[in-house]
Design a protein around this ligand. Structure first.
Ligand SMILES: O=C(O)CCC(=O)C(=O)O
Ligand SMILES: [Fe+2]
Length: 280
């Protein structure tokens, strides 16, 4: 591919010294902070295409005024008064689904490139990764309009790959709290303090430029995109991969994120709950 800076990031040479150096540095950062940025991953000659293609697709994002909370769970009156899940936030971002992103665009070519996928898997210390089978959620463009923010949350996926394609004039900063929770400890007190703004000390702000590649473990790191200021929207591509092939989103979640579902979603759900394929 002539869009990646292969002198710095030799995707086609797994096992070479340069490849090992980059992968090993990325692994160390992911182990320590759960986040690593590979600057200028895309060559400067493709930055304008990256921005223009994203801006072309952005009007196709699905908007829905939606109240949410940090765990994306149903609001429940039984939650204790101090529970961070009680704090209501507006979901101010919107996604353009994969089937609205041109297959010849920089982000689509990157998402499906086998040497890119192999490189990303190696960085996350995984034997292999797969594109999602989901025709909508595998690759999305995340659009945050001026005045909006993508509120604090944890990801369902253990790892995320993303790339800014258009930067805002001001604000729209990716902020995250490394290891604020673990598989065994929610740490509600600390999460609540970040949400209310009472304690900013766990928060790190990331400086991202269009064309930088970001690898992130969002299951244990609380994160958000702060409010976008100025006249320009913030656009970022989110590349979703999974450790096993064939992963599809649920009908309910798909409708919530994209405002529609495809026959493939209904089929997957039907097959998932059935033990056989018989007619009766
Ligand atoms: O757009 C970004 O940079 C972050 C998006 C994000 O956190 C998500 O989609 O889960
Ligand atoms: Fe996220």
């Amino acid at each position: 591919m002539n869009i990646v800076d292969t002198a710095r990031y030799p995707l086609a040479d797994p096992g070479s010294d340069a490849w090992e150096r980059v992968v090993s540095r990325t692994r160390t950062e992911l182990r320590e902070l759960g986040c690593s940025v590979l600057p200028e991953f895309i060559l400067p000659s493709s930055w304008e295409a990256l921005r223009r293609e994203g801006a072309g697709a952005a009007p196709l994002a699905y908007y829905d005024v939606e109240e949410t909370n940090v765990y994306n769970i149903a609001f429940d009156d039984d939650l204790p008064a101090e529970h961070p899940g009680r704090i209501v936030m507006q979901r101010g971002n919107a996604f353009v689904p994969r089937d609205r992103i041109p297959t010849d665009s920089v982000i689509h070519r990157l998402y499906t490139d086998p040497s890119f996928v192999r490189f990303v898997a190696a960085c996350f210390e995984l034997p292999e990764l797969h594109e999602l089978a989901d025709p909508l959620s595998g690759l999305v463009l995340n659009v945050v309009q001026p005045g909006m923010e993508h509120p604090w949350h944890f990801d369902t996926n253990e790892f995320t790959v993303s790339m800014l394609t258009q930067e805002p004039e001001e604000g729209g900063v990716f902020e995250y709290c490394p290891n604020i929770r673990s598989a065994g400890a929610e740490n509600f007190g600390a999460v609540r303090s970040v949400l209310t703004g009472a304690d900013r000390s766990p928060v790190r702000a990331l400086t991202l430029r269009p064309g930088d590649l970001q690898l992130f473990k969002g299951r244990y790191a609380l994160h958000r995109v702060s409010a976008v200021r100025g006249a320009t929207a913030r656009h970022s591509a989110i590349f979703a991969y999974s450790e096993r092939p064939g992963v599809m989103g649920s009908v309910a979640r798909t409708r919530q994120l994209f405002g529609r579902v495809l026959p493939a979603h209904r089929d997957a759900e039907r097959n998932a709950v059935r033990v056989d394929q018989l007619l009766d």
